[in-house]
Design a protein around this ligand. Structure first.
Ligand code: ZN
Length: 272
């Protein structure tokens, strides 16, 4: 008889298997990234239906399988409906899930990353500027996986950084002083204001983002810097980041009201 265990998790994605089953990828605090099969989840009368949609925080019972574990019970604890009722916020949530999927390892406990993902989804549901939430999420999800950038001392000469334009180096995982900036072309100028925002991220909880308001140009500089770092660490761009940029360009011309509550999320999800 297979061993049963209980865990909590956030559904990152699911893809269909056959007519009724789904392969579900979860972010859990104690088991890191976890893949499991949800049998019969697509049947209308399934007790799992509605509890295992992407971006749902749930408590699950699972049975250990020989090759993959099987979800035997699941109860949704938060569906983040405030986020899912808005296409842009939902897309931001899916990007956070995608990044979590790429950064986390199966079977490796990562409680800070799980907590960060929950905080980000609550913040997206709670009206905090979604662009700020994503930059904060990028910063801290990288930090949770061993890529915390150095923001106070140049990693090459170890001098304290001055209040001037410094240079963010993905390879050095931090801010280089003007004397040590590299020559490989990946270093990116980081203005005094950019550095202040990054330090704010480093020192504060996600909820503190409510106090922050950035001018569009500064927001774009931080987006370019953080996404450059994400791409460097993963050795590729996260596909949903490109998808988000395209959606933003579309939304600037037309605002599409979409109500996805209770409906099928546009992901099997998310671009791959
Ligand atoms: Zn230096």
């Amino acid at each position: 008889m297979s061993r049963l265990y209980k865990t909590e998790g956030v559904v990152l994605r699911h893809s269909y298997m056959g007519e009724a089953d789904a392969l579900v990828t979860l972010c859990t605090p104690d088991r890191g990234k976890l893949r499991a099969v949800a049998r019969g989840v697509r049947r209308p009368k399934s007790r799992l239906a509605g509890h295992m949609e992407p971006l749902t925080y749930c408590t699950m019972m699972l049975a250990e399988g020989r090759t993959i574990d099987i979800v035997s019970g699941c109860e949704a604890r938060d569906s983040f409906q405030g986020m899912k009722s808005d296409l842009w916020l939902l897309s931001c949530g899916l990007y956070a899930a995608d990044l979590t999927d790429r950064l986390s390892a199966e079977g490796a406990e990562n409680r800070p990353l799980f907590r960060l993902l929950l905080d980000a989804l609550h913040s997206l549901s709670g009206g905090i500027d979604p662009a700020l939430v994503l930059r904060y999420f990028e910063f801290h999800s990288l930090a949770c996986c061993g890529y915390l950038p150095e923001l106070w001392e140049c990693p090459v000469c170890h001098r304290k950084l001055e209040a001037t334009t410094n240079y963010f180096s993905p390879a050095a995982a931090g801010l280089l002083c003007p004397d040590c900036r590299g020559k490989e072309g990946l270093d990116r100028p980081a203005s005094v204001d950019v550095v202040k925002v990054l330090r704010f991220f480093a020192r504060n909880e996600c909820s503190a983002l409510a106090k922050l308001k950035l001018k569009p140009r500064l927001a774009r500089e931080i987006e370019d810097l953080m996404q450059g770092y994400v791409t460097y660490v993963l050795d590729r761009e996260v596909a949903s980041a490109k998808w988000l940029r395209e959606l933003r360009a579309d939304e600037q011309t037309t605002k599409v009201p979409v109500n996805l509550v209770g409906g099928q999320l546009p992901v099997g999800t998310g671009p791959d």
